[in-house]
Design a protein around this ligand. Structure first.
Ligand SMILES: Cc1cc2nc3c(=O)[nH]c(=O)nc-3n(C[C@H](O)[C@H](O)[C@H](O)COP(=O)(O)O)c2cc1C
Length: 214
């Protein structure tokens, strides 16, 4: 039997209702666990799940950062100021810390310190990375694109270095099961990796065309 559908006209929904709907539809979302550095040298840490990669040469990551009562979030403000940040990827054992790091604190409070998460210096930028994250990517801001009426901004950063826990790397690929990634599925709800289903490989046209597509 054909399922019945409820149709919602997008222009009948206010921003909050639209957010509730979209954050339940665009799932599961990976989580960029971002470290930034304030002008005073405080390491800020917060999770962002409107996150994807947008190019592989150069490697570019995109993350959408909204506002708090119209003001930039600390992460967004620091990226604007310094043009540098680290996208860390947490594992299942860090889920509680990932969630707790979204609590709102004054800009002079370091969520990393508060949660007892050690940081280590990065190689290319002044912003440190999380020592125990299985993956950390040092990023330099490439561009910021504002979208919509709520002041959200899409930050695109170029990855200057990938730090990958050595046991996860096999012939240049990531062992996803060992990575144990977590994702957000709306509100305070998360999921971990379920069954991995391997289907037949499909012949694909080479991705890279010099001077052409990504
Ligand atoms: C798992 C998770 C994912 C989140 N994703 C986003 C996001 O993509 N964009 C956003 O603006 N806020 C997101 N938030 C909310 C921010 O983490 C939250 O506003 C945080 O306080 C920002 O911290 P900051 O002011 O130190 O940057 C998310 C929260 C959680 C728990």
């Amino acid at each position: 039997m054909t399922p019945s559908h409820t149709t919602l006209a997008a222009d009948s929904l206010d921003p909050e209702a639209t957010y509730r709907l979209m954050s339940g539809i665009v799932v599961p979302r990976p989580i960029a666990w971002i470290t930034t550095l304030s002008a005073q040298g405080v390491v800020n840490l917060a999770p962002f799940s409107c996150f994807t990669f947008v190019s592989n040469k150069p490697p570019l990551l995109g993350v959408n950062i909204g506002r708090k009562a119209g003001r930039l979030k600390d992460t967004g403000a620091h990226i604007h100021e310094r043009g540098e940040y680290v996208v860390n990827i947490g594992h299942g054992g860090q889920l509680h810390a990932i969630h707790e790091s979204s609590a709102e604190h004054a800009p002079d409070v370091s969520e990393a310190e508060l949660l007892g998460l050690a940081t280590v210096p990065s190689g290319h930028i002044a912003v440190p990375r999380l020592a125990d994250a299985p993956v950390s990517m040092e990023c330099r801001l490439e561009r910021v694109i504002p979208f919509g009426l709520t002041g959200a901004e899409f930050f695109v950063g170029e990855v200057l270095a990938f730090h990958v826990r050595s046991d996860l790397l096999q012939a240049g690929k990531i062992d996803t099961r060992a990575l144990d990634p977590v994702c957000r599925i709306g509100g305070p709800n998360y999921a971990t990796l379920g069954e991995i289903i391997t289907l037949r490989g499909m012949a694909q046209t080479a991705k890279t065309v010099v001077g052409g597509g990504a």
